[in-house]
Design a protein around this ligand. Structure first.
Ligand code: SF4
Length: 344
């Protein structure tokens, strides 16, 4: 059913062919894509899942993306930002559990930028020379990214969200632009970061054609990391009443990401685990090879509310690694405690 795809190189697959794979409603197609993607992931990484300790350092954001629960206009949210000491405490805890990657994620908070952020990264780097430091703190200017890289950060996640300029303008307020987002991604890659991008599947007004554009962009950009999850609405956003993204379509998109980017690090995202009880495991069985347990202080987890009902406990949490290990064992996978750098 997808033998034609198996016989093609990724860059020979055209937009129409991607559209037909994404649009095909048959669960057999999802199954075939997942199996093929899983075989590719196994060839690249074995049956290993890499862990990243996720520390949500601030839920302040200067932006107002229409889909996001921590957008500037959400006045119902209790705002917090962690201090350097609090972040370092979480790193200590993560290191004692065995994590070798810390992901510092937050809104575009000007407090956590510039010299203060550089100093924090230098401190983490000195304290843990062997860990990978991943940042996910939004758009900055190239010289700022360069300073963060020089301070010892290794990776940067910045989802482009959609590669279609009209669709981008339906998800973001005036003042944000796709061209600046793409320029930021290009700068990160040029500087030498292991750079990650990605989208939400099922975001309002997204079409299958948009998703095909996204896949072609991802394939050609060749990111080190790809973050993809379903769109999930948040009650305090303009998209509160919009439908969630579909599990099957997200799995197909993830499988195609793996098929096009055999060595990228692709997380089975928290959004997948939130969407469906088996979302994380099905994502792994569709080629994902990373899980990012939540290492944020327990007292703030509910406030980092990107969408409603976000999972942060059980196997989604750093404390729940034993549970995650058991879940993985059931499907014949195990945890790799290494840094998990994307092969060049
Ligand atoms: S998606 Fe990112 S940039 Fe946009 S409002 Fe949310 S945290 Fe801010």
């Amino acid at each position: 059913m997808i033998s034609w795809l198996i016989n093609k190189k990724p860059d020979e697959v055209n937009s129409q062919e991607i559209v037909s794979l994404l649009r095909d409603p048959s669960t057999d197609t999802t199954k075939a894509l997942s199996e093929y993607a899983r075989a590719i992931a196994e060839r690249s990484f074995g049956r290993k899942i890499f862990l990243r300790g996720l520390i949500e350092i601030s839920n302040y954001c200067a932006n107002d993306c229409y889909y996001c629960g921590i957008r500037r206009s959400n006045t119902q949210l209790i705002r917090y930002r962690l201090s350097s000491e609090e972040i370092l405490l979480q790193c200590d805890e993560g290191h004692s559990i065995g994590f070798h990657t810390f992901v510092l994620q937050g809104g575009e908070d000007h407090y956590w930028r510039g010299e203060r952020l550089v100093k924090l990264i230098q401190t983490i780097r000195r304290r843990y020379p062997e860990v990978a430091i991943t940042l996910s703190l939004g758009e900055m200017e190239p010289h700022e990214y360069q300073d963060l890289y020089n301070a010892g950060a290794n990776r940067y996640l910045l989802r482009h969200e959609t590669h279609n300029v009209t669709h981008y303008s339906l998800l973001h307020p005036p003042g944000m632009s796709l061209s600046h987002r793409l320029a930021s991604l290009a700068a990160l890659q040029r500087i030498g970061f292991q750079t990650g991008t990605g989208i939400m599947v099922g975001s309002p007004k997204q079409t299958i054609e948009h998703m095909a554009e996204d896949l072609i962009f991802i394939r050609d950009f060749n990111p080190a990391m790809i973050g993809v999850g379903p769109f999930l609405p948040h009650s305090a956003t303009p998209f509160a009443q919009k439908a969630k993204g579909s599990l099957e379509l997200t799995l197909r998109f993830l499988a195609l990401c793996r098929i096009f980017c055999p060595t990228a690090m692709i997380p089975a995202t928290t959004a997948m685990a939130t969407l469906h009880p088996e979302g994380r495991i099905r994502a792994i069985l569709s080629g994902c090879n990373v899980v990012m347990p939540n290492l944020s202080p327990m007292s703030h987890r509910k406030d980092y509310s990107l969408y409603d009902h976000k999972a942060s406990l059980g196997a989604e949490s750093a404390e729940g690694v034993t549970l995650l290990k058991k879940e993985l064992e059931k499907i014949g996978y195990s945890i790799d405690w290494g840094r998990g750098d994307a092969p060049l």
